[in-house]
Design a protein around this ligand. Structure first.
Ligand code: ATP
Ligand code: MG
Length: 189
């Protein structure tokens, strides 16, 4: 079964053609990598799929929903860890997780504990997010994106700025997620 179908997708930022006639299909449960140089258009694809920017042309469907007509439905089943890691800096790790769990009405303690375990966050639960290292901030950002229990998870450059050890650890975490949900991941690596 198909999770995402993109047909002849184009995106222009004024005169700049960021995406030119892109077509692809991503299957449910697949981990799909978008590999490309700086400026290739990876983040643009993700932003379009998440409804954060509008396409110029083409057709996109997510779980059978049309991007333009059913964006609210699509937003219920996707989540994103953006390139510019999104966490609430003045909240602790625990507060971040609880805050977003409440935002999504998913205040399920057992599930939050599972995320803490998966992302090895137990040692930093009381630490303010702004004091975390880049690697831990990334883990928190991805854990937050999983709180809504999305069917599709977008990870935009999750290993950006991480050293080789932190990068490997993150790949291990992503291997744990593989097959459970559909993952679209961008990378230079
Ligand atoms: N809001 C914007 N306004 C104008 N141009 C933009 C905008 N966002 C992106 N672009 C341009 O579109 C092109 C694709 O950018 P995009 O951020 O999608 O690339 P990317 O593959 O994610 O790059 P990186 O690997 O550096 O993150 C680039 O040339 C970029 O400068
Ligand atoms: Mg990018």
């Amino acid at each position: 079964m198909t999770a995402i179908t993109i047909e002849n997708l184009s995106k222009n930022y004024k005169k700049l053609k960021a995406l030119d006639n892109l077509s692809l299909e991503i299957k449910k449960g697949e981990t799909f990598g978008l590999l490309g140089v700086n400026g290739a258009g990876k983040s643009t694809i993700i932003k379009i799929l998440c409804g954060l920017t509008q396409k110029s042309d083409g057709k996109v469907s997510v779980y059978g929903y049309n991007l333009e007509q059913d964006l609210d439905k699509i937003k219920e089943i996707i989540n994103l860890s953006p390139q510019e890691t999104a966490v609430a800096n003045n909240l602790t790790v625990r507060e971040n997780l609880c805050f977003f769990a409440n935002v999504y009405h998913k205040n399920n303690e057992q599930y939050i504990d599972e995320l803490v375990e998966t992302f090895s966050l137990s040692g930093v639960l009381g630490q303010k997010a702004k004091t975390l290292s880049g690697g831990y901030k990334r883990r928190l950002s991805i854990a937050i994106a999983l709180i809504s229990q999305p069917k599709i998870l977008f990870l935009d450059e999750p290993t950006l700025g991480l050293d080789v050890f932190a990068r490997r650890e993150l790949w291990q975490i992503m291997k744990k997620l593989k097959g459970k949900i559909t993952i679209i991941i961008t990378s230079h690596y």
